[in-house]
Design a protein around this ligand. Structure first.
Ligand SMILES: Cc1cc2nc3c(=O)[nH]c(=O)nc-3n(C[C@H](O)[C@H](O)[C@H](O)COP(=O)(O)O)c2cc1C
Length: 176
């Protein structure tokens, strides 16, 4: 990977303020395609993404997320759902308790990076009531909403990305 790609990955930040104005369908489609290129265990792709533009649904999602009002202010909100049943078909309990969550987390990160590279701001929102989120978007009980991602043109500039722990703290040497 070129240094430029690494720099671009490292320049992503959570964006929670958005300008007015919609996002072209073609941009959303491109972001979704990049999202779905994420790896998944056995390539099962046990996921669905609900694309929400409707204002009242966005408000319900903000409420489901404990009134994180910026969710409602994004023109598009992606609700990433895990489908544990599909992962269980091949992997049983390990599929349900681990792989489906890892698969959808990879999808979420791809979506965030694709949004960033396409000139949009986005934020991974994980603090929400799953039942309320499921009701808001009308997905069945066997789908588990795992992340809410508001996407919009950023109305804030993050001059420096948020700090990370030093490598020395989080990289464990083999001889541990
Ligand atoms: C699993 C998960 C859940 C998160 N939930 C929320 C959330 O509910 N609300 C929010 O504003 N940010 C949420 N975030 C975003 C983090 O706060 C953010 O990624 C972190 O502070 C680092 O900042 P950065 O993304 O700008 O690098 C979540 C991130 C992850 C990975």
């Amino acid at each position: 990977m070129s240094k430029d790609c690494i720099q671009r990955i490292m320049s992503r930040s959570s964006i929670r303020r958005y300008t007015e104005g919609s996002i072209p369908e073609s941009d959303i489609e491109e972001i979704l395609k990049a999202g779905f290129s994420a790896p998944s265990a056995g390539n099962m792709q046990p996921w669905r993404v609900v694309v929400v533009r409707n204002e009242s649904t966005r408000s319900l999602l903000a409420e489901a997320a404990g009134n994180q009002s910026f969710v409602a202010r994004a023109p598009v909100v992606l609700v990433v759902c895990a489908v544990p049943r599909e992962s269980a078909q091949r992997y049983g309990q390990r599929g349900v308790s681990l792989y489906v969550l890892q698969d959808t987390a990879a999808l979420v990160e791809n979506l965030l990076l694709a949004a960033h590279f396409s000139g949009y701001g986005a934020c991974w929102v994980g603090a929400f009531n799953e039942d309320l989120a499921r009701e808001a978007v009308g997905v069945p009980d066997d789908m588990r909403p795992v992340a809410i991602i508001p996407v919009g043109r950023g109305a804030e500039t993050i001059s420096r990305t948020r700090p990370r722990r030093p490598l020395s703290e989080v990289v464990v040497s083999e001889s541990f």
